[in-house]
Design a protein around this ligand. Structure first.
Ligand code: FMN
Length: 177
């Protein structure tokens, strides 16, 4: 797909049809996303695909404080687990006082949603999540961290592609002469 069309079509989808997502497609989305850049190429994350019946059980973990009610109908989720940054990255962080890991995770999630949309699959990045609940669900240590979850599925046929509401470019962009 033309890149602008892809960017315009990708949107946070908060309604899903009953169509299920295949395990192969979830894995392919994750494979493509691992091509994302990361600081010193440390790739400080793991990805979990939660599909089908397990996704129904999982949904409550992204419905904290009454949020994301629509997620109950979402057929699949991709969970990003925070890993350990490489030593060089940690040193860089100490010197530069910049935490690269959330940046790496953000880039990864952008790759996930764009790769999915390019495959005709819709998504929504979810920051509202219960990390302890997710750790328990995945059978991991309760200290495990999950900075983002991505809802994955197919929008209903009549789900509109919304016009993008973005700040004017002049507010954001300046050509330096
Ligand atoms: C880090 C992050 C966390 C987000 N968390 C949620 C969330 O918990 N629930 C939700 O419905 N949307 C969530 N969103 C989606 C944003 O609301 C959405 O990207 C933004 O409004 C722009 O709309 P668009 O994605 O349709 O272009 C999140 C997006 C990001 C990048």
């Amino acid at each position: 797909m033309d890149i602008e069309q892809l960017f315009l079509k990708r949107q946070s989808t908060r309604e899903y049809s009953a169509k299920s997502v295949s395990d192969e497609d979830l894995k392919e989305i994750c494979r493509l996303a691992t091509l994302a850049p990361s600081a010193v190429n440390s790739q400080p994350y793991k990805l979990f695909a939660v599909n089908g019946e397990r996704a129904k059980e999982f949904a409550k973990n992204v419905q904290v404080l009454g949020s994301n009610k629509w997620a109950s109908a979402c057929p699949a989720f991709i969970v990003i687990q925070k890993g350990n940054p490489a030593i060089v990255e940690r040193l860089g962080q100490r010197i530069l006082k910049t935490e690269f890991l959330p940046i790496d995770v953000g880039i990864l999630s952008a790759y996930i949603v764009l790769a999915a949309e390019n495959m005709g699959i819709q998504t929504c990045i979810l920051g509202m999540r219960d990390e302890k609940g997710i750790a328990k669900f995945l059978g991991l240590d309760e200290k495990a961290q999950f900075p983002l979850v991505i809802a994955v599925g197919y929008a209903p046929e009549d789900y509109p592609v919304r016009e993008k509401k973005r700040r004017p470019l002049d507010e954001i962009f300046k050509a330096v002469k």
